[in-house]
Design a protein. Structure first.
Length: 113
C-alpha cells in the first residue's frame, strides 16, 4: 500500500476529486494548507504600494491506495491539478504504508482501505 499526498491549488480540488471518484477512489482526506515553492509567494499591487503574500493557500489531499493503483491515481491527480501556468501547481509525494486498520470493524491491511 502507498499513501499519496498531493498538494494542489484550491481551485483545482473539485476537478481532482471528480477524477478520483470516476476511478472509484472515494476515500480521501482533505486539509487546508499554505505554503510556497519556487515562486516564493505572490506580490500584489495596491493603491498604497506592493503587498507580498509569502505563503499561498493550498489543499493537501491524502489517499491510501494499493501499489498497483498508484499510476492511475497519479495520472488522475496530475492531469486535473495542472493549470498550464509556469509554476505553483503543487507537488505529489508517495509514501509506503506498512499497515492499515479500519476502526469500526478491526479489519486490517488491504481490506481496511
Amino acid at each position: 500500500m502507498k499513501k499519496i499526498e498531493a498538494i494542489i491549488r484550491e481551485e483545482r480540488l473539485d476537478a481532482v476529486r471528480i477524477a478520483l471518484e470516476k476511478q472509484s477512489y472515494f476515500g480521501m482526506t482533505i486539509t487546508e494548507a499554505s505554503g510556497r515553492g519556487r515562486q516564493k509567494g505572490l506580490t500584489l499591487q495596491w493603491r498604497a504600494g506592493n503587498y507580498c503574500i509569502d505563503f499561498l493557500p493550498k489543499i493537501k489531499i491524502e489517499i491510501v491506495v494499493l501499489d498497483e493503483d498508484v499510476p492511475k491515481v497519479l495520472n488522475a491527480i496530475t492531469i486535473n491539478a495542472r493549470t498550464g501556468e509556469e509554476r505553483g501547481d503543487g507537488k505529489i509525494f508517495i509514501i509506503p504504508v506498512e499497515d492499515a486498520v479500519r476502526v469500526r470493524t478491526g479489519e486490517m491491511g488491504e481490506n481496511a482501505i
